[in-house]
Design a protein around this ligand. Structure first.
Ligand SMILES: *[C@@H]1O[C@H](CO)[C@@H](O)[C@H](O)[C@H]1NC(C)=O
Ligand SMILES: *[C@@H]1O[C@H](CO)[C@@H](O)[C@H](O)[C@H]1NC(C)=O
Ligand SMILES: *[C@@H]1O[C@H](CO)[C@@H](O)[C@H](O)[C@H]1NC(C)=O
Ligand SMILES: *[C@@H]1O[C@H](CO)[C@@H](O)[C@H](O)[C@H]1NC(C)=O
Ligand SMILES: *[C@@H]1O[C@H](CO)[C@@H](O)[C@H](O)[C@H]1NC(C)=O
Length: 392
């Protein structure tokens, strides 16, 4: 109950804060012909890096971090400035620098070694890298969908929207943290024995996964679930010493790295105890294999599957339980479904069109990823949402 109240008061605060700036809920007709990406909503391509799983965990991120160090430092500075604006005096960051390094040793392998390696290579204090890694577990609002075409091919698309509440820039009408994150978006090719195990779109410096594909086997994305049953208590409990759940994005990473079938992925995502509620959007490699798993911390509340016999050729998730109405202030689901219903076909380009339609595309949208499991394909694009555009 507490979390729910907090959520709504934060939202109310936010609305008051931004209402002077923001145009009424901005929607538009379903976009068409947006693919291949171009024009003002396409800010740039994403660079590929290899992460070699045969290296010791502390060495795996050296290439990525060496390249992205400067952007990571700018990002961390922005987080610190933000923290200072809430709690002036630098006390919060002092706490992060002193307290969070102690948390690292409690994290499971290979995550703790990887995080330490990232701190070493970047020169950023360990506690701040830990903070950066916890960050995404908390404020990610997204749109994800899995769709099946007439031949049984599965497609998976997602917008990663991040940075809500993270410093609204009045002049630029943008979110400070969202803008700083864009240069950190990378495509990763995780290899073992010099062969791809899985691919992911991620933020440099972050070791969990939010978006990924195990080629020819499954595709997976994770969305935040704001809910009554636990909220972020699990994360606080972890910090205080009660550690019986798993970090959500660590589970996603672990499933991408080690699950070898759709069914195995589904079972692990549905059954592993978590630190906070989440939605997992999973696509397989055969007809009918696509679902949204709605999770509480302890168990799977619902698995909503593709079912062509019911006319359900796609499943789509934003940040609300599919059997409930979305919050009226934040309805990206209705426009996204309306556009999917209009296209009536699952293709990378139609999915890109849907994900390019405001407010599915909004000021928080950092990147769009498209995946096609049968081709082992993952492609990502950095996004921009020119005015007029919804802040979320
Ligand atoms: C705001 O926009 C200006 C001009 O486009 C840019 O130079 C500046 O860095 C932006 N500020 C932020 C905080 O993104
Ligand atoms: C890994 O594979 C690439 C091409 O797929 C090849 O060029 C390279 O030599 C291989 N490296 C090793 C160590 O086998
Ligand atoms: C995947 O499995 C291997 C072998 O059991 C293990 O060493 C590794 O830590 C696992 N990866 C993750 C991310 O859990
Ligand atoms: C689908 O995944 C299963 C389980 O990993 C695998 O055995 C099968 O070959 C895959 N099918 C295709 C068409 O790739
Ligand atoms: C889209 O189509 C589905 C299935 O026919 C229907 O349940 C849903 O209400 C439609 N949504 C919108 C927004 O048109």
């Amino acid at each position: 109950m507490g979390t729910d109240l907090l959520c709504y008061s934060v939202l109310a605060f936010l609305c008051a804060a931004v209402s002077t700036q923001f145009v009424p809920p901005y929607t538009e007709d379903c976009r068409t012909g947006m693919y291949p990406p171009k024009g003002p909503t396409f800010k740039g391509a994403v660079t590929w890096y290899t992460v070699d799983l045969d290296l010791p965990p502390s060495k795996r991120w050296t290439g990525v971090i060496t390249d992205k160090k400067a952007d990571l430092v700018i990002m961390i500075q922005a987080i610190k400035d933000l923290a200072d604006s809430f709690v002036p005096s630098g006390k919060l960051i002092e706490l992060v620098d002193k307290g969070l390094p102690l948390i690292v040793s409690t994290l499971p392998s290979p995550f703790k070694e990887e995080i330490k390696g990232i701190a070493t290579v970047s020169g950023v204090p360990l506690g701040e890298i830990v903070l950066f890694n916890i960050f995404y577990e908390v404020f990610t609002v997204c749109t994800s969908l899995v769709a099946e075409d007439a031949d049984g091919n599965l497609f998976h698309g997602r917008n990663l929207d991040f940075g809500l509440f993270m410093g609204w820039d009045l002049k630029n009408r943008s979110w400070t943290i969202t803008e700083k994150l864009k240069p950190l978006v990378v495509n990763l090719d995780f290899r073992r024995n010099n062969r791809t195990v899985f691919k992911s779109t991620n933020f440099a410096g972050y070791v969990g996964m939010l978006t990924g594909i195990r080629p020819h086997t499954f595709t997976l994305t994770m969305n935040e679930r704001f809910s009554l049953d636990g909220g972020y208590i699990g994360i606080v409990e972890w910090i205080l010493g009660k550690r019986d759940g798993m970090w959500m994005s660590f589970l996603t990473r672990s499933v991408l790295e080690n699950a070898t079938s759709y069914e195995e992925a589904k079972n692990r995502l549905a059954q592993t105890k978590l630190l906070a509620p989440a939605y997992f959007i999973l696509g397989g490699n055969q007809t009918g294999q696509g679902c949204v798993i709605t999770r509480s911390r302890v168990l799977s509340l619902d698995i909503w599957e593709l079912d062509k016999t019911l006319g359900r050729w796609y499943v789509l998730e934003t940040n609300y339980d599919h059997w409930k109405e979305p919050l009226f202030l934040d309805d990206r689901r209705t426009p996204a479904m309306k556009c999917m219903n209009q296209t009536m076909q699952a293709k990378l380009k139609t999915i890109y069109d849907v994900l390019s339609t405001k407010p599915v595309l909004n000021k928080l949208t950092t990147y769009t990823t498209l995946m096609e499991v049968s081709k082992g394909r993952l492609e990502s694009y950095i996004r921009d949402c020119p005015n007029p555009c919804m802040p979320w």
